[in-house]
Design a protein around this ligand. Structure first.
Ligand code: TRH
Length: 351
């Protein structure tokens, strides 16, 4: 089938991250023909870096959807499925073309991920449109009655693996005796206090701060030699996935890195995207309730404290138990997504 995915980058990298992962999965794993239209190719290219050309997948500027060479005036190019990622509005000219040409494309509104129970009730419901094209809401989720998770590519749990080029020189500076921590959080997080507190523990830490995080820290930060900070540039998405697998602890944010941290089978906490109406508190609780269903009271308390940026000295001792839990959770997730996860469920839904 032919798929057109529309991605409007509202802020940060999550929109691009999810759309790119879905587009690639449909093209590579499911042999679909995919065009990804994006309103910010510069940002998208940061994640994609070096992976194109790719069989079955092309990337286009948002405006190109109205270009006669690319639009739907030719039946050959007519899409079977059109995805509006995160409710972005389709370009008017593109939509008009679809309607006028009377192509029977299915419109999908790909929603945000949530572990909340209501998601299953709303997933895959039709939404009648004045223009007559069929439109459905597709909700990613953890439960079997949702659209599932974007699990591709599933990386093996690493033993010893060579770092990708973007991390090769940094990796030579890693101390084998140190615990590795990757940090990808929002600028409002109390990162500096967190690091200072962790540094008081009697252990070595190599802390990998993702792009731009240097600006989250105060110049005056003084740390003991046992804690070394490493400042990363923005690295390609696959390399970031790899990094999560190689660390002993990860702090992630947004929606896409949150799923990757779970698949990395390592202890992590989710610096969830803050929303004005505090909807993120409900989302966080829904996830932690699922994630910690079979955990000990001590681990439940540790995960909650960590998620709220409590001093790591309070809960860091629980890390070995958390590690075992993280491995079990990955196994459970992959078993529940053994049907192929979001991309495969989407494909079956369309068929
Ligand atoms: O960047 P995010 O905070 O993005 C989003 C957006 O803010 C979005 O509007 C919001 O709705 C959503 O969060 C919840 O976090 P996220 O989702 O984890 O996306 C980051 C992407 O960037 C992810 O695909 C991983 C990738 N990435 C790299 O490719 N290289 C890097 O160096 C890093 C740190 C991340």
């Amino acid at each position: 089938m032919r798929w057109d995915i529309f991605c409007q980058i509202v802020d940060n990298f999550g929109d691009a991250g999810v759309c790119w992962r879905l587009a690639r999965s449909l093209a590579i794993r499911h042999k679909q023909v995919v065009r990804l239209f994006c309103d910010d190719l510069t940002t998208l290219n940061l994640l994609v870096s070096g992976q194109l050309p790719m069989m079955g997948l092309t990337i286009h500027a948002w405006e190109a959807s109205s270009n006669p060479l690319l639009n739907n005036t030719s039946a050959q190019m007519a899409p079977d499925v059109v995805i509006e990622a995160f409710g972005c509005e389709l370009p008017q000219a593109y939509l008009t073309n679809l309607v006028i040409a009377n192509y029977q494309a299915v419109l999908i509104n790909l929603e945000y991920l949530s572990a909340e129970a209501w998601v299953g009730e709303y997933h895959a419901k039709a939404s009648p449109q004045a223009h007559g094209l069929a439109k459905h809401f597709f909700f990613p989720g953890f439960q079997a009655n949702t659209g599932g998770l974007l699990i591709d590519p599933v990386l093996p749990i690493p033993t010893i693996a060579a770092p990708p080029a973007s991390l090769a020189s940094l990796w030579q500076q890693m101390r084998p005796t140190a615990q590795r921590i990757s940090i990808f959080c929002y600028p409002t997080a109390p990162l500096q206090e967190w690091l200072k507190n962790l540094a008081t523990l009697d252990a070595e830490y190599d802390v990998l701060l993702t792009f731009d995080h240097a600006s989250y820290l105060n110049q005056a930060l003084i740390l003991p030699e046992s804690m070394r900070l490493h400042f990363l540039p923005f690295i390609p998405q696959d390399d970031y996935d790899w990094l999560l697998h190689q660390c002993d602890f990860n702090i992630v944010r947004g929606e896409d890195s949150f799923v990757r941290a779970q698949l990395a089978a390592k202890p992590f906490f989710w610096n969830i995207y803050p929303q004005d109406d505090l909807a993120h508190e409900v989302k966080l609780k829904a996830f932690l309730d699922l994630y910690l269903e079979n955990a000990s009271p001590a681990l439940i308390s540790a995960c909650w404290q960590a998620s709220k940026w409590a001093s790591p000295t309070v809960w860091w001792a629980l890390l070995p138990e958390w590690e075992t839990h993280a491995k079990l959770w990955r196994t459970k997730l992959l078993a529940e997504q053994a049907d192929g996860g979001l991309a495969a469920r989407l494909l079956r839904f369309i068929e």
